[in-house]
Design a protein around this ligand. Structure first.
Ligand code: ADP
Length: 502
């Protein structure tokens, strides 16, 4: 019985290859493949944003249009479908369509985001009933889908179709909680259950916090690295939800993300100038020269080249980078290439640095997937000094491409990068602990010093490219969590400790 195949629905706001702003899309794209490889029937649901081309992806209609409850009315939904072929079988991806909500240029940051994702979730649950595909587990990701565990314990509690369905909720980033006003509860049809009222979280007494509701109602919770799953129990990382997380810690797990090793493969990547692998790393230098040319920097085999690919947000440590980048470029023969978008002040600062150090700094202020691969392949080192980092994929992709990470020891960075110790030869990167620009500066200098010894560096690169960052082990852990969610599925939330205020 324990090995019987499961029916799993994964719900996420973004998924590679259809829509991506960050790591969530990578996870939603890669995890299903790895779970499918273990023989489970896994399917994915996401919105069909206007930018997802129906013809290019061969999107077809899976159901005739239907109506779903929203607020005091119903809205029209279309459930579309794409079949994603993988080496372990086809994965159906359901795309929920509604021109009013999704025919826009972007994915998020609209005034009616709460309505847009409530609609997505409701249309998905209603659509599955019409498809007559009854999942054993629904795996929800981040605040956009957090209303699902809430509904399964409330409005769908007596619905025969969802009687046996367990729900697991994955926290990718506690900093984005989806906080709205009371009206949202009416739109979602859960106003009779009220706000989450927790004695130690008075700030939630009069707001709707989707992340909090996911944590409160899910059968099993997890975050995307063991270290981050422990960190979020503390006020420093808990973003105001740590009391609730501490109450639910018996159901909270850490499962490290993997990376898609088929997409991120320097031996086959079609975006990079030359291919390489552990048997022959020589192609990497071709990638470096090509990257320098494309970035308008002097071509040099020996000048160390640091890459950074990131959302330009405080979370990612750009304030630390900002304070050391000028002394670094002034004092060392080093090049730096940054690819990212985000806060305007970082755009401006990076442009200033580029203007001041045109021979050493290049900056691409866009979201550009091919360019990202060129930087992973062409850089010698990869900079990621995050203030906090639930998992982080950049450092793992960098390792796979032999670019040695320089990171702050937090969250998933602490779980994947071990500081290099030249006396023992152990470690796979350079890390520092205090959130402090001098500590970052020292870590970069250590990396530059070691780079001067080709044999040491070769050894570091080999260790990096041969490490296993695939999803295989973590997908197995998720399957264990799915079974645990089914086995320990509870009918009502734990009202004995606190309750919802009506
Ligand atoms: P987060 O999800 O917090 O943004 P992660 O490290 O988990 O950070 O994942 C970021 C993903 O997005 C990686 O695959 C990275 O390569 C990619 N990425 C980030 N910024 C850009 C960009 N400007 N252009 C292309 N890819 C990017």
């Amino acid at each position: 019985m324990t090995d019987s195949p499961l029916k799993i629905l994964l719900m996420a706001a973004e998924m590679v290859p259809f829509a991506k702003t960050g790591g969530l899309a990578d996870v939603a794209g890669a995890l299903p493949k790895a779970i499918k490889a273990y023989g489970h029937d896994i399917r994915v649901a996401m919105p069909r944003y206007g930018r997802i081309d129906r013809d290019r992806f061969k999107i077809t209609e899976a159901l005739p249009p239907y109506h779903v409850p929203m607020d005091d009315r119903t809205e029209h939904a279309a459930l579309m479908q794409v079949i994603l072929p993988t080496s372990s079988g086809d994965i159906p991806v359901y795309m929920l369509d509604n021109a009013h909500y999704y025919d826009r240029d972007g994915i998020y940051m609209y005034e009616d985001d709460a309505d847009r994702f409530i609609f997505f979730c409701r249309a998905t649950l209603e659509g599955l009933k019409r498809l007559e595909w009854q999942p054993d587990v629904i795996h929800c990701h981040d605040w956009h889908t957090a209303i699902v565990p809430n509904w399964l314990k409330t409005v769908y509690k007596n619905d025969p179709f969802y009687q046996q369905t367990a729900c697991i909720y994955t926290i990718h980033n506690l900093a984005y909680q989806g906080i709205f006003g009371y009206r949202v509860l009416e739109i979602a049809g859960v106003d009779e259950y009220g706000f989450i009222a927790h004695p130690d979280m008075p700030h939630l007494n009069d707001v709707v916090d989707f992340m909090g509701r996911g944590i409160y109602y899910a059968d099993i919770l997890n975050s995307v690295s063991e270290t981050y799953a422990n960190e979020i129990l503390l006020p420093e990382f808990g973003e105001g939800l740590d009391p609730l997380l501490r109450d639910r810690r018996d159901r909270l797990y850490g499962v490290l993300n993997g990376i898609d090793i088929e997409i991120n493969n320097p031996a086959t990547d079609s975006y990079i100038a030359a291919h390489y692998d552990a048997g022959d790393l020589s192609g990497k230098i071709e990638c470096k020269l090509d990257l320098q040319r494309e970035a308008g920097l002097p071509q040099s085999r020996t000048t160390p080249l640091i890459g950074a690919i990131s959302r330009l947000a405080d979370q990612k440590g750009f304030d630390l980078i900002d304070s050391i980048i000028e002394p670094l470029l002034r004092n060392y023969d080093v090049q730096i290439i940054v690819l990212g978008t985000g806060d305007q002040r970082y755009h401006e600062r990076l442009n200033e640095v580029r203007a001041r150090f045109p021979q050493q700094a290049a900056v691409f202020l866009t979201f550009n997937a091919p360019m990202a691969q060129k930087i992973y392949a062409g850089s010698d080192m990869f900079l990621m000094p995050s203030r906090f980092e639930p998992c982080g994929l950049g450092q793992m992709i960098a390792l796979r491409y032999g670019s040695i990470p320089i990171v702050r020891e937090t969250g998933g960075l602490a779980d994947t990068v071990r500081n290099f110790d030249p006396t023992t030869g152990e470690g796979n990167g350079f890390s520092f602990r205090p959130y402090d620009s001098m500590a970052l500066y020292a870590a970069i200098i250590r990396a530059l010093e070691n780079y001067r010894y080709p044999q040491t560096w070769q050894q570091l690169m080999l260790r990096a490219v041969t490490a296993d960052h695939s999803w295989a082990a973590s997908a197995r852990k998720y399957v264990d969590l799915y079974r645990r969610a089914i086995a320990t599925r509870f009918e009502r939330p734990p009202r004995e400790t606190y309750g919802v205020r009506g």
